[in-house]
Design a protein around this ligand. Structure first.
Ligand SMILES: Nc1ncnc2c1ncn2[C@@H]1O[C@H](COP(=O)(O)OP(=O)(O)OP(=O)(O)O)[C@@H](O)[C@H]1O
Ligand SMILES: [Mg+2]
Length: 219
C-alpha cells in the first residue's frame, strides 16, 4: 500500500482539495484508495458526509491533544488497518500550522505532496514545511495549486517564475500545475470531485496529470 501525505504549514494551500481529488480519481481507476483526515477542522470528513458514494472512505485520524504521537497513535493504527483492508493507496490529509503532526505524517508516509500557491509569500513559507520534511527523509514534491489560467500559448508567467524559483533551489516539483478553477470548489459542495462533476474537463485532466506523476514517483 502506498502512503501519501499532503502537507503544508500554510493554511488554504489546497491540501484537502488535492487529497480528495486524488483519492476519488484513484478509485475511478480501480486503485483502492482511502483518506485519513488528520486535521481537527475535519474538512475532508465534512466532504465525505455530503457524499452519496461510500468510496473512497474518509476516516478521522485526528490525534486527540495531549497524546504524544507514537506507535500506538491514531495515524499509525489507521494505516495498519488500511493495510490489512488491502487498500492500494492511502492519502493522509493534514492540518496547517501543526509542525508535530505534520512531522508524524511525513515519517509515516512513503511520499509527501506539498501544495503551494504560485505567489512569493507562499513560496517563501514552504521552507518551513520543507525543514520539517527533511527531518523525516521522506521523498516529496511541491505541487503548484490555484495557479492563474494560461493566456495564449505557454505557461502563465507567475507559474513559470515560481517553477524557476523552486527548481533553482533544487526543490522537487510536479510538472503538472493545478489551475484555480471554480469546478474544484463546486464539485466538493455535494461530496463529489471534478472527475465526477465534470469528467473530461481541463480540471479533471490536471488531476489526472498529478495522479499519473504521483504513481510514477511512488513506483
Ligand atoms: N485549484 C483550485 N481551484 C479553485 N479553488 C481551489 C483550488 N484549490 C483550493 N481551492 C479552494 O481554496 C480553499 C482552500 O483549499 P483547501 O481547503 O483544499 O486548502 P487546505 O490547505 O486544505 O486548507 P487548510 O490549511 O485550512 O486545511 C477552498 O475554498 C478550496 O475550495
Ligand atoms: Mg484542509
Amino acid at each position: 500500500m502506498k502512503k501519501v501525505a499532503i502537507l503544508a504549514q500554510k493554511g488554504g494551500a489546497g491540501k484537502t482539495t488535492i487529497a480528495i481529488h486524488l483519492s476519488v480519481l484513484a478509485m475511478q481507476r480501480d486503485i483502492a484508495s482511502c483518506v485519513i483526515d488528520c486535521d481537527p477542522q475535519q474538512s475532508a470528513l465534512g466532504w465525505y458526509e455530503e457524499r452519496e458514494d461510500s468510496d473512497p472512505p474518509v476516516v478521522d485520524g485526528h490525534q486527540p491533544s495531549g497524546r504524544r504521537p507514537d506507535k500506538t497513535g491514531t495515524l499509525a493504527r489507521l494505516l495498519r488497518v488500511a493495510e490489512m483492508d488491502e487498500y492500494d493507496l492511502t492519502i493522509i490529509d493534514t492540518a496547517p500550522h501543526a509542525a508535530e503532526a505534520i512531522g508524524e505524517a511525513a515519517r509515516a508516509a512513503d511520499f509527501c505532496i506539498v501544495p503551494c500557491r504560485p505567489a512569493i509569500l507562499d513560496l517563501k513559507a514552504i521552507s518551513k514545511t520543507i525543514e520539517i520534511l527533511s527531518v523525516s527523509d521522506t521523498p516529496f514534491a511541491v505541487l503548484l495549486n490555484s495557479c492563474p489560467p494560461k493566456r495564449g500559448v505557454g505557461e502563465n508567467s507567475m507559474v513559470k517564475e515560481s517553477r524557476d524559483l523552486l527548481l533553482g533551489q533544487d526543490i522537487p516539483l510536479f510538472k503538472t500545475a493545478v489551475t484555480q478553477r471554480a469546478a474544484f470548489s463546486h464539485a466538493l459542495i455535494d461530496g463529489r470531485a471534478v472527475t465526477e462533476f465534470a469528467p473530461g474537463s481541463p480540471a479533471a485532466d490536471e488531476i489526472g496529470g498529478v495522479l499519473d506523476e504521483l504513481l510514477e514517483l511512488t513506483k
